[in-house]
Design a protein around this ligand. Structure first.
Ligand SMILES: *Cc1c(COP(=O)(O)O)cnc(C)c1O
Length: 378
């Protein structure tokens, strides 16, 4: 099945009892056994629930991996994956990873003796130099947040495998519709399904897909042992959101391209970050390793007060954290999504106080441009 078909038909066996087209919400924590140990594959819903199983099969199919697993949030998926490692191990992490990932590694897993070290993953030589004998994995987001930097996933996979380490990719920004890291050599893909996969800003969930069965089964053991699983309602909402992922991702991208090009020509805009712009430093790499450039755009207006004013004046772009829903959002990373990073660290990463981030939605693009125009010109 190709991906548009898989999004509609994948992961499910139509309900054997009634033929229902939608996967039923099995709102049950336990399942009756005919005799001790004789059951239909379901015993207790932390271990497995049929609604969640349909979702887990679907994401495995979409990412072209062996084992798909669902979690109660993106952070639950990431944290469960970090439990694959032990005291004394080291994980290399992209220097501009999601703030919550940085926080859980530096404030929680560090106390258990799991070391993390932050590197510029757009520079394979810097990554190679950061490896130590204790390095067990590299975690990358591409494109990254909020500056949309692109890392060469195939090159990084090769580099990791040559040193006996795993490549883990947080694929939240592009989704398997545009980018399939496992096909580029990654070992594990993680998602905040709260974002594009759910797509409607109505749920919090995480997903993981392992390329090989062995890693997948180790993670499945941890999923059950730790228990950060989504309930059947959220699994169902996510299955429903995924059915229109192709349409949404195409619409996000078309609007984001138009918004990025328009911003690049605006007199008050100092710089625009969007991998789809030919001026983006990794435009060719982005075009090579992914089918699209996604719906996230960031831009700098060169003045913190102006940035704050723009964020307050937009009407269609709602001022909010998060991303990936059908509605357009605007945020000021330095004061919102990235406020937990120390100012020196933000500065080193290039996240200025005058940088604005857009999650471009699927509205009429003319309305989006008019909204930005009035906010910038007022
Ligand atoms: C939001 C996000 C997360 C965390 O996911 P939650 O669902 O909020 O727990 C992780 N990685 C990226 C790239 C994100 O955008």
């Amino acid at each position: 099945m190709r991906i548009r078909t898989a999004l509609v038909h994948g992961g499910q066996d139509y309900d054997p009892l009634t033929g229902a087209i939608g996967v039923p919400i099995y709102q049950s924590s336990t399942f009756r056994q005919e005799a001790v140990g004789k059951h239909k594959g379901y015993e207790y819903a932390r271990t497995a629930n049929p609604t969640r199983t349909a979702l887990e099969r679907l994401i495995a199919e979409l990412e072209e991996g062996e084992v798909g697993l669902a979690f109660s949030s993106g952070m639950a998926a990431l944290s469960t994956a970090f439990m694959l490692f032990s005291t004394g191990d080291q994980i290399l992490v992209g220097e501009d990873v999601y703030g919550g990932t940085y926080r859980v590694l530096t404030a929680c897993f560090s106390r258990l003796g799991l070391k993390s070290s932050f590197v510029d993953t757009t520079d394979p030589a810097a990554v190679a130099a950061a490896f130590t004998p204790q390095t067990k994995a590299l975690l990358v987001e591409s494109p990254s947040n909020p500056l949309l930097r692109v890392s060469d996933l195939a090159a990084l996979a090769e580099l990791c495998h040559a040193r006996g380490a795993m490549l883990i990719v947080d694929n939240t920004f592009l989704t398997p519709y545009w980018q399939k890291p496992l096909t580029l050599g990654a070992d594990l893909v993680l998602h905040s399904a709260t974002k594009y996969l759910g797509g409607h800003s109505d749920l919090v969930a995480g997903l993981a897909v392992a390329r090989e069965k062995e890693v997948g089964e180790r993670l499945r053991f941890l999923q059950n042992a730790i228990g950060a699983v989504p309930g059947p309602q959220d699994a169902w909402l996510l299955l429903r959101g995924l059915r229109t992922l192709a349409l949404r991702m195409e619409a996000h991208e078309a609007n984001a391209r138009a918004v990025a090009a328009w911003l690049a020509g605006h007199r008050r805009v100092v710089s625009v970050h969007y991998p789809g712009l030919p001026t983006h430093p990794q435009h060719a790499l982005a075009a090579r390793q992914a089918g699209g450039f996604g719906g996230m755009v960031s831009f700098d207006v060169g003045d913190a007060a102006l940035a704050e004013a723009v964020a307050a004046r937009t009407r269609i772009f709602l001022l909010a954290e998060s991303l990936g829903g059908v509605e357009s959002l605007i945020c000021l990373p330095a004061r919102m999504t990235h406020a937990s990073l120390p100012p020196e660290r933000r500065k080193a990463l290039g996240i200025s106080d005058s940088l604005l981030r857009l999650s471009v939605g699927i509205e009429d693009v003319e309305d989006l441009l008019e909204d930005l125009e009035q906010a910038l010109e007022q």
